[in-house]
Design a binder for this molecule. Sequence first.
Ligand code: NAD
Length: 258
Amino acid sequence: METKKVVLITGGAMGQGRAHAYQYAEHGFDVVLGDMQDPSSAEFQETIHQCEAKGARVLAMKCNITSTSEMEALFAKAWETYGRLDVVIANAGVINFGYTWELSDEQVEKVININLIGTWRTDKYAAKYMLKQGFGRIINISSTSGLYGTPKLATYCMSKWGILGLTKTLAKEVGSKGIIVNALCPTKVKTPMCETMEYVQFINELTGKNFQSVEEMYAGVPFLEVEDIASMVYWMGTSREAGKFNGREVALDLGTLQ
Ligand SMILES: NC(=O)c1ccc[n+]([C@@H]2O[C@H](COP(=O)([O-])OP(=O)(O)OC[C@H]3O[C@@H](n4cnc5c(N)ncnc54)[C@H](O)[C@@H]3O)[C@@H](O)[C@H]2O)c1
């Protein structure tokens, strides 16, 4: 079998994960996609077909990052199929809203369990397989919410700050063994995550605006396009320059951190 480089992406069915899949497929990678959605869903099918149209072989599996057995199966199948893992993108994540004093145990546990513990689980298996081969790059998707606090976003901020602690620790553990681990911190990105009236309401409260729809919000507040994130994640996963730093967070912040 021809040896091509391989990228594994969690939350690869839609949104940013889909854009990463397209970017790597366009550059000759084979693609492994894990998502809580079933590969037969319309969203996932679209991603799979577009990657194949770009020349990639695609391994797509239903895989919840909160499940040890499903994650073990995803990585084992990827290894069995391709025998290498060049880049792993720990991308799957969710958001919820509420003032700190209003949050329930369930709301907090949900986001920590998916965003933080799920990213740890992704990194765990990525590191195990990359240590076998002696190379690889892991990119953890944090957020600008991993760099500052935002009202009503405690669950998300806690999880995204935690991802930076994980990134820095793992980078120290595996840096001398040929493995690079960095985090990307994007500000708001146009994806399904932001395309709910609950999200629009959150932005209205944050900015004092009165957007009535996702379209109005997109027109009135700066958002990144998924392609911006995908280009940066491709650079982080493949460039010589991005192999020269380890355990770092890169912020695509549209100037919001000034
Ligand atoms: N959209 C933004 O404004 C923004 C900004 C900064 C960071 N992020 C982060 O970027 C990452 C991707 O988000 P997005 O904007 O593409 O969101 P999205 O909701 O559009 O897509 C998320 C994908 O992850 C999958 N997913 C969710 N929970 C999962 C789980 N437990 N196991 C497996 N798959 C799961 C979903 O099915 C979906 O395919 C997330 O970590 C998010 O926190 C998003």
